[in-house]
Design a protein around this ligand. Structure first.
Ligand SMILES: *Cc1c(COP(=O)(O)O)cnc(C)c1O
Length: 397
């Protein structure tokens, strides 16, 4: 159904097969070489931007180490992620606390560890920051349209109307904080580049009105993530995103483009992962049913949660590709009806598949390994292996 070569080169496929030989399924192998390549490409495409890796997308220690060595900064959502990043001797001035939902004691903890940059989108949170992280830089996240062209939404829950963002930045100044900038996230795996245009236009309006009316000069725009990994729905290539978005910035800000922050997750790590699952059972619901059910040992509760509502559609390949194919409903192993992976989207798999055969899920490096239940139905979280230049890299400090 899919051509593996569209997603993984022959060289990398061979490396993967050698590396993963004998691993029990289900598991994910993360190819660090792919992440390095993606980071360098992002840096080249947006040479003026500061990159803050969204740690939640794949918090493996080998990933963090690699990105540290490449000069990345880190966007962090909890004290647990903070501890992990600090344990690698990454300095707190390369860290942003990007979650707008946080406890007072966690803000204090970040402040005590030296973090001085905080996101916010509400008055209550802003006041808590002023009290527990005095003098820090704050940026306000604005709401953007909940566009159907993003395959995984990140807009509705976070952000506030630009009018409120205005008030919050004024209040930030009055509370002794540094009103630093504006952030937005146009939705993850955003296929419509124009979404950045709308958000940048709103940002421009805020920069101008705050300066004209309040004398507040903002310094920074945080354009979030949203850049694509390679799944089955086509997207533009990253360089297309970069040239369009750069043009939007120039149109609105001319020569005086503020400091730009990007917070990529999916686009850096998505393509790096291959999830290997094994077929547990193949059945039909009645004697004449056209569709087979293929049950595998991975599912919504161990790694494939982003297939909720069939949002993210991963390319799937098998050892028996090339022969005749038939319509297939793919489901996970747990006793929960929600644990159906693809039913509406018509995946076709080889008809001679048997229990015990392996199914490979490509582009599963983002939002998989730690996005799994601990032991639902007794199934353990997904085991993740990090493939470096010299073989296995341990996920420990
Ligand atoms: C999750 C998240 C990101 C990463 O988004 P991607 O679409 O995966 O690149 C960036 N910024 C914030 C605030 C996030 O919550």
């Amino acid at each position: 159904m899919f051509n593996r070569k569209d997603f993984v080169s022959d060289t990398e496929w061979k490396r993967f097969l050698d590396f993963s030989k004998g691993f029990e399924t289900p598991n994910i192998v993360v190819n660090l070489r792919t992440i390095k390549k993606n980071f360098i490409q992002l840096k080249d495409s947006f040479p003026y931007a500061h990159i803050y890796y969204a740690v939640k997308s794949n918090p493996g220690i080998p990933v963090l180490r690699l990105l540290d060595s490449l000069g990345s900064n880190f966007d962090i959502a909890s004290r647990y992620e903070l501890d992990k990043v600090l344990s690698l001797n990454i300095s707190p001035d390369r860290i942003s606390y990007g979650n707008t939902i946080k406890k007072a004691k966690d803000i204090k903890y970040f402040y005590e560890k030296g973090v001085r940059m905080f996101a916010t989108d509400s008055k209550e949170d802003l006041k808590t920051i002023a009290k527990n992280a005095p003098g820090s830089r704050v940026f306000v996240r604005i709401l953007v349209e909940n566009s159907p062209t993003a395959d995984w939404p990140l807009s509705r829950k976070f952000g506030c109307h630009p009018d409120m963002a205005y008030d919050l930045l004024v209040l930030a100044r009055d509370l002794g904080l540094t009103p630093y900038g504006i952030s937005f996230h146009v939705g993850s795996q955003q296929r419509d580049i124009g979404q950045w245009n709308d958000a940048i236009a709103k940002t421009k309006y805020l920069f101008e009105s705050l300066e004209d009316e309040e004398g507040i000069r903002l310094s920074m725009i945080n354009m979030g993530g949203g850049f694509p990994a390679h799944y089955i729905q086509p997207t533009n290539e990253l360089k297309e995103y970069a040239s369009e978005i750069t043009r939007y910035l120039q149109d609105d800000f001319g020569e005086e483009i503020p400091m730009i922050i990007l917070e990529p997750g999916r686009s850096l790590v998505g393509d790096s992962g291959i999830l290997t699952s094994e077929i547990v059972l193949i059945s039909r619901k009645n004697n004449t049913a056209l569709e087979r059910w293929v049950y595998i040992d991975a599912g919504k509760f161990n790694g494939l949660i982003e297939t909720i509502d069939e949002s993210i559609k991963y390319p799937v390949i098998t050892e028996k590709d090339g022969g005749k194919e038939g319509l297939t409903i793919i489901a996970g192993p747990t006793c929960d009806s929600m644990d159906i992976i693809y039913e509406t989207e018509k995946y076709k798999l080889p008809i001679d598949l048997k229990p015990g055969d392996q199914i490979y899920w490509l582009s599963t490096g983002a939002y998989t390994s730690t996005y799994a239940s601990v032991a639902f139905n007794g199934f353990p979280p997904l085991k993740t292996y990090y493939m470096g230049e010299d073989g296995l890299e341990e996920d420990t400090v």
